[in-house]
Write a protein that binds this ligand. Sequence first.
Ligand SMILES: *Cc1c(COP(=O)(O)O)cnc(C)c1O
Length: 396
Amino acid sequence: MDRPVYMDHHATTPLDPTALEAMTPFLTSEFGNPSSRTHRWGWTAEEAVEQARGQIADVLNCRPDEVLFTGGATESNNMAVKGVARAYLERGKNRVVATKVEHHSVLEACQALEKEGFEVVYLDVDPNGMVNPDEAKRAVNGKTALVSVVWAHNEYGTINPIAEIGRIAREAGALFHTDGVQAFGKYDSDVDALNVDLMSISAHKIYGPKGVGALYMRKRRPRIRFVPLVDGGGQERGYRSGTLNVPAIVGFGKAAQRSHELRAEEAPRIEAVRNDLRDRIFNQIEYAQLNGHPTERLYGNLNFSFEFVQSEAVLLSMRGVALSSGSACTSKSLDASYALRAMGIEERLARSAIRFGLGRGNTMEDSAAVANMLAEKIEEQRQMSPLYRLNREQES
Ligand SMILES: *Cc1c(COP(=O)(O)O)cnc(C)c1O
């Protein structure tokens, strides 16, 4: 392959040039601390932060003061789950409802709550990886403080019916949080239309810088109680202390605005490349199984299991192509994806899963090149598999 192909946009995205341009002054001459109230360096920084807050609020269709900046969506998820649940314990609410396929940062925050005495119900997903609203309805009761359901899945791309689940949570008097990282800015992100009370988002998944994110937290109807995880100088209205990362926040605001603006053009273009890649894979590779929902899925996502191979071996042989098995977080360990297992996919097939994350830079040349190389490498790996050869012999 002459040109490297990056198809791992669920793990991270390149920085948008306009975001970099917006950030540069705040990495150099405009280095002020937005909490400095007595000089122009502080005022300039504060103004820039508030502008970014406004840009993100525009995408969420919320008030700027409902956007809290964090160090990324891992932190936002921890704040939403622990910070909210802990605040409702004294009101007798000790139940949290989540799903089995949440990001590690939600799941482990839930596990921390269980150690504190909370009861956490983990919802199953259907064979397409989707949460069934009826099941959510059965799990939510008067003791439920919070329901947390991922909007679009970072491994297999399925988009959950969160507006419906949000309505169910609300009717039961529970708050509704969604991990919106993969869908924010790419799909209509109006928090009122989505019935969301809290949403975690991250800059580096939408062509912004790493290490910055936000938590949308509804301010009125209902007003949300919250116990901060980080105490200190009282920044972000006391919800998240610590000096704000001004350049990153500025880049985040710009990236959010760009995503929103480019949405109408970008979504069909990337989806067409994704569909081309999907069709080529089905045409060129035997025993290919698409994981996740056939239609209700992120337009940039594919997740395939290729029987008779180990995904790691295939990925390492694909020089110049960036793909992944499972999520970036689990690709460090060799465990099969818990999310794919939760959908009922056998261990053997989960271990042969490859995730394709298409994004802004991908073209039809990329889909052709990736499909061709993948077909070749998978065939090479399969030739080394006794199970595959046995299977071929039995079939012929
Ligand atoms: C990447 C990701 C996160 C974590 O975001 P960071 O900003 O990298 O901490 C959380 N949830 C989902 C669904 C993600 O894809």
